[in-house]
Ligand binder design. Structure first.
Ligand SMILES: O=P(O)(O)O[C@H]1O[C@H](CO)[C@@H](O)[C@H]1O
Ligand SMILES: O=c1cc[nH]c(=O)[nH]1
Length: 300
């Protein structure tokens, strides 16, 4: 295989006669001959992922315009039969939903990494386009992640494998972070885009130090002390996937980045209380940033 294709770290796949990407409902009948997949997905250069199917559909429509892809009508969900995740293809970009949190995202991430390997995609870049809570930045700020911290405030990801605690580093590609800021930001955007650290937690409520979950065994002061500690580490946003995403992509050597818009300033409260209209407007902001980044890279 050429140098630029994805190399996975699983020797068992080399001898598997077939592979079923179950949650995507994509069957790789003969892993030795993946001609059909190469035909369908071989041109993919970017995989944009985000929590919801509707955001990914919106993104697909937006990228159609930006990339000048001559297609009309509703984007087709290529994974509809899998009933778990949505996947749209716009020229060289896949837009795929991942659900809430690392557990859900890691499932589709493994399958997407296998997909790009079988399809022999050349150096694909994976970008998460998400929402998050902010720390000391105004709601609507876009944050491109520099370092990904887990809920233990460590720049790593922890996972239980065969009954053992396995800890792996969680670094995103420096190039992607730099280029997203260099190519994605326009002075006239009307909102700020910053590069900062991100905390990815396993829980929206207690894991993010909220006091409005069904359970809370700490005080408002404990919460504020924790959030201040996060802030001191350069963390400016909190979401639920960054550390897993950084660690899995780093492990297999695929470049990745996390670009999220803040919906709330957690130094001021816990409840996301912006209107749904405002949320939808905010959700478009990373589209602009990532759209410009993708265009620039495609032109190079
Ligand atoms: O908007 P998405 O992309 O889902 O991201 C954020 O929103 C969800 C929580 O509401 C978590 O998945 C978090 O990471
Ligand atoms: O506070 C927030 C807002 C969105 N997503 C999160 O994970 N946390």
């Amino acid at each position: 295989m050429s140098e630029k294709t994805v190399k996975l770290l699983n020797p068992h796949l080399e001898t598997a006669p077939s592979d079923y990407l179950y949650h995507l409902d994509i069957n790789v009948a003969n892993t030795g001959d993946t001609t059909e997949l190469q035909h369908k997905f071989g041109d993919v250069k970017f995989i944009c992922v985000g929590g919801t199917g509707s955001r990914m559909r919106q993104l697909a429509l937006y990228l159609r315009d930006v990339l000048g892809v001559q297609e009309s009508g509703d984007p087709v969900d290529l994974c509809e039969r899998g009933q778990r995740y949505a996947m749209y293809k716009v020229g060289p970009v896949l837009c795929v939903s991942h659900g809430i949190g690392s557990a859900s995202f890691s499932v589709v991430l493994h399958e997407l990494l296998k997909l790009v390997k079988y399809a022999r995609c050349q150096e694909p870049v994976i970008l998460r386009i998400g929402t998050c809570g902010g720390l000391g930045v105004p709601p609507g700020t876009v944050v491109a992640t520099k370092n990904a911290f887990n809920g233990l405030l460590r720049n790593e990801h922890e996972i239980a494998i065969l009954g053992q605690r396995v800890v792996r580093p969680a670094q995103f590609s420096e190039d992607v972070n730099k280029d997203v800021i260099a190519f994605g930001v326009d002075a006239n955007d009307g909102f700020q885009t910053i590069s900062a650290n991100t905390m990815g937690t396993d829980c929206f409520y207690e894991g993010q130090g909220r006091i409005d979950g069904a359970i809370c065994e700490y005080t408002e002061k404990d919460k504020m002390d924790f959030l201040q500690k996060c802030h001191d580490l350069g963390i400016r946003n909190i979401e639920m996937e960054a550390s897993m995403f950084a660690s899995v992509t780093q492990k297999v050597g695929v470049k990745a980045g996390d670009v999220c818009v803040t919906l709330i300033d957690r130094l001021k409260g816990d409840q996301v209380s912006i209107t749904m209209d405002q949320k939808h407007e905010f959700e478009q902001r990373p589209f602009l940033v990532v759209g410009r980044y993708i265009m620039k890279l495609l032109q190079q």
